[in-house]
Write a protein that binds this ligand. Sequence first.
Ligand SMILES: Nc1nc2c(c(=O)[nH]1)N(C=O)[C@@H](CNc1ccc(C(=O)N[C@@H](CCC(=O)O)C(=O)O)cc1)CN2
Ligand SMILES: Nc1ncnc2c1ncn2[C@@H]1O[C@H](COP(=O)(O)OP(=O)(O)OP(=O)(O)O)[C@@H](O)[C@H]1O
Length: 215
Amino acid sequence: MSGISVPTPQPYPVIPGMETGDAKEELRRAIRAQRGHRSARQRAQAAESLADIIESIPDVRDAGCVAAYAARSAEPGMLPLLDRLMDRGVRVLLPVLGAGLARDWADYTGSHDLLERAPGRPPEPGGATLGTDAIKLADVVLAPAIAVDTRGVRLGQGGGWYDRALTHLRPGAKVIAVVFPEEVYDAADHPLPLEEHDIRVDAVATTTDWRLLGG
Ligand SMILES: Nc1nc2c(c(=O)[nH]1)N(C=O)[C@@H](CNc1ccc(C(=O)N[C@@H](CCC(=O)O)C(=O)O)cc1)CN2
Ligand SMILES: Nc1ncnc2c1ncn2[C@@H]1O[C@H](COP(=O)(O)OP(=O)(O)OP(=O)(O)O)[C@@H](O)[C@H]1O
């Protein structure tokens, strides 16, 4: 670890009057470009810290089933957390993409079982799929995101996969977005673009901290 921490810029290429869809795309582009700057070593360290942070969240400590995700290389890494949850006996569900981005889930049984079916696609478990409604089993959903703001507005990859999946959630289940620290935006001056279908998240976890949102 270097002793000097350089503040990471927080891009906000949103111009008044811009269409919401365009504003989302500009933000995704700017934030993705910044994500590419982390080394493999920094990513591995970040994944360990993220596991410590997420394991400290009371809703996660109490959960019997967590719907998580298997990270692609630029996303906050999840493997240390997935293994810790599994070792504690928590059921861990991971997304499985069906045809046309259909939303399905399967159990995580260890990293040996994860396979990237095509370059750029998230790794997926090889076991039996459980159906779209399996998300109802989850007490907590850890949702990958590109950014989140203090109201709980989440900016995702742009497929609408999570917005649709979260409509099947059991009432009372908690949704926690996972991002890097500089991707948490203060809605007072840099609100993220919001559309009708966007489902707000309850909290955000980063590699350095977590907090409740909205309220
Ligand atoms: N790790 C992870 N899993 C996730 C999501 C996510 O954001 N992150 N999703 C959140 O919604 C859902 C699906 N997201 C997807 C993300 C990309 C592609 C995809 O087709 N990617 C391109 C390659 C793009 C690239 O190179 O960056 C491709 O295969 O052609 C498909 C689904 C469910 N699982
Ligand atoms: N509940 C829904 N029902 C139907 N269409 C939806 C729903 N949610 C999102 N969509 C569609 O999905 C598209 C992408 O949505 P959006 O830009 O909010 O994705 P995202 O939340 O950033 O992505 P993701 O959830 O995959 O990470 C939108 O064009 C929207 O019309």
